[in-house]
Design a protein around this ligand. Sequence first.
Ligand SMILES: Cc1ncc(COP(=O)(O)O)c(C=O)c1O
Length: 447
Amino acid sequence: MELVKPSRSLVVYSAPNLHPWTHPRATLADNSSNSKTPLLLQLQLHRRATATATNHNHNHNHNNHTAPQKPKLSSLSAADLRSEFAHHDPAVARINNGSFGSCPATIIAAQHRWHLRFIQQPDDFYFNVLQSSILRSRTLIKDLINADHVEEVSIVDNATTAAAIVFQQTAWAFAEGRFNKGDATVMLHYAYGAVKKSVQAYISRAGGRVIEVQLPFPVRSNDEIICEFRKALEQGKSDGHKVRLAVIDHITSMPSVVIPVKELVKICREEGVDRVFVDAAHAIGCTEVDMKEIGADVYTSNLHKWFFCPPSVAFLYCRKSDETLDLHHPVVSHEYGNGLAIESGWIGTRDYSAQLVVPEVLEFVNRFEGGIEGIRKRNHEKVVEMGEMLMKAWGTNLGSPPKMCSSMVMVGLPVCLGILSDSDALKLRTHLRDCFGIEVPIYYRAH
Ligand SMILES: Cc1ncc(COP(=O)(O)O)c(C=O)c1O
């Protein structure tokens, strides 16, 4: 799709990830009555799939004169789906799943059972239950992401913690003289704000030079990203320096773009970059996640964003190598030195229940046609459809071509709204929350 009329401010519209949501046009158009048209995103898709199957069976049966077969249905009814998310504030249209995710009631109940099991007999839980249960979650994640060994998969709190684990190791390499002052870290200009601060705190402070890949906005193609990335690597290697670390987002947050990680990792290998870390905070449940295909050294994704886990839990994949053996959790505890996965499973007294519900989450997602892949595909189709509807209604543009959107889409805001700064964008976001009950991220970027 052609991008027209670049707009400075965009609304990031993210798929509500199964929970009942509000039709954005109805809400935006009708403030006075505050009327909202409830619609079940996934359910509509299931209904469509059902109709197709029914027609197909009808034709088939007509020809063969056999009894009609029941179409394959999701084992969750519309009512089930509503009750899974009944704890969400009904007065709010949460069009922002990306920031905090949405945890269904089934999983909240499972988490509560784990929590009770802990506090009922904490000593027994810590000594006899916790480690084997974390291992179970890690094993399921290993299969889900196509990793080779369960030792490569750690469970940590969130992507921010995972980034600290990686950057801390880079800082030690500077401090211990293995990297030279001025050796580079290359990261996208679009990198998440907190991750940029972490790079500053660990790597810049230790003597590393940080080079940002300047990306155009709106983004039009993977080639633009690849071209800018190559330039940044060249810059990093100037004056005899080395690129020690590349930090690549799989899906950037604001603006939201699916980055061609596989291609960028390959370029890093060709250009001799020491280590590639993929910050894929949004990825699992939102795009394809296959460790062998992507080939990064280190890769993290939150499970609480698009994978229905409760906040907060993320996996951190570290490809087996001598370097990854020296990755450590920043919170040092009894298991220090026993490998990152084991260290991360005991970082002091705390509630680990969010890490233990992975089996129940898999059961939940597998109740939907196509499991997590089916959910991801339907979310993508739906947000693109909604994005295009808004774009046409507002006479604006999408922030990237549909194939570079995941379950989030950016839509240019009408110029008449007069958004000319970050603070204007924040004011509009607050206004939509306070006056219309709409929760949606708004991004501004000066040209
Ligand atoms: C690209 C990216 N990285 C990192 C994070 C941080 O995730 P968390 O706050 O769960 O650590 C986010 C959060 O939205 C993100 O979008």
